[in-house]
Design a protein around this ligand. Sequence first.
Ligand SMILES: *Cc1c(COP(=O)(O)O)cnc(C)c1O
Length: 548
Amino acid sequence: MSDDKKLARASLDSLYRIFTVPEAPDSTLGRIDQSLSQDLAGFLQQHIVASERDLADIESDFDSAAIPEHPTFVSEQIQFVMDKLVAQSVHISAPSFVGHMASALPYFMLPLSRIMMALNQNLVKVETSKAFTPMERQVVGMIHKLVYDNDEAFYEHWMHDRAHALGSFCSGGTIANLTALWAARNNALPPGGDFRGLGQDGLLAGMQHHGYQGLAILVSERGHYSLGKAADILGIGRRSLIAIPTDNRNKVRTDLLASKCDELKRQNIRVMAIVGIAGASETGSVDPLDTMADIAAERGIHFHVDSAWGGPTLFSSTHRHLLKGIERADSVTLDAHKQLYVPMGAGIAVFRDPKTLTSVEHHAEYIIRKGSKDLGSHTVEGSRPGMAILVHSGLHIIGRQGYELLIDQGIEKARAFAQMIRESDDFELVSEPELNILTYRYVPADIAQALAQAPESLQRAVNEELNKATKRIQKIQRGLGKSFVSRTRLNPALYDGDDIIVFRAVLANPLTNTEILSDLLEEQRQIAATRDDVKTILGLARACFRSC
Ligand SMILES: *Cc1c(COP(=O)(O)O)cnc(C)c1O
């Protein structure tokens, strides 16, 4: 004990040690490190416990705000990390966890991430990133080419151009959407006369100069919540993000989109962007991008496509036609940490016209100087890690053909799962998988039959009970820890727009197979058949029919 005390005191000696001496191979951390690199799947399988602990209970492990006065031994802290964090984390990469948008990672991402961290380059400026800057510009160029497919001369001219950027590499889809809409907003109210542009003079001056009553962004009701944040940050307010209804396939109603544009124009409200979705987070559906591009072009409106999820579908010769029209977008968001299988923290916004991002350009004296190639002049973020190395490596190691296979088999698997659901008389497919996401729910055959013939008001009452059942089944299944689907709320036309809670399955993990999916359904069936609370809810649903 006294020995411990002596060691557990801050000293320059021990500080020098942690900066210079690696953990011994037989130390706690050394051993963990080894098993991580030798058998990642095994490590996760072994150390993440399946049974769910109550979050309030977990909070008790993290309830002190006191900063430790004395140093803690590495081994002691690592033991805490293993017991309290690793054990209680989510098994994202398990093939039976099909509810998340991030799934398994290829092995090479781990050592590459270590290299990235060891180098700790800061991409904000060339001085702190050197080769990482042209590498990131190349990655942005590659994603630009994936979307817009310009010729070689274009990329030769623009990719490394010091005054322009083909896109902005950032931490994810949220920031990518924000960046795109930031540029769109500033371009919608361009400088002129006394007005020096939004970046200099602000929104109020811009509105006065241009004589607008307001600004708006239009997106379907399936739009991602990050767009609401962007509307807030950009100063136009969330209520100026206008949701356009969707059709029975969860695609934006372009007739309503066009008429809303014209209605707003009559009110002197400038639509600063129309946002198309290529792979809605909830349903995976893709908007009619070509028609949306027409609507935007006819009215001189910035067209942004949020393909955070679905963008990589462009790798697939078979399925890329689903995104037709994306190449006409002024800006496009793509998340690398979703279907490019890169660890969390990598998103990209690309711009068709290399001049679009000029409207948000920002310079400072000691950093991101004018005329430098510093990437920080066109990004929301300042200091930024070299995540692009992981995208660069993925694009090379997996290649276009590899990503094509991943996309194709994901879509095929989703179709097979949809077929499985259609064929079972106690599940109902709520949204068809256009890409690799589908939604469904548990509806026992007798209820399904009665529901189909019930009048609208009765349907609503029954659906309310079924919603409770779906919620319970999802929570119980998650708690059991063997498999996972997420859940969301939709308003399908089949039930006259009533709120329907559904299971949401995302088929992106290459290790997921149909047997796993069939087991997942079976587990849900078992939960419904054996859990008293679910049985009670289903009983109430049945009682609805009798009482009317
Ligand atoms: C995931 C997602 C986003 C947000 O991306 P983050 O990386 O979570 O910030 C935006 N739009 C869509 C369609 C998405 O699927």
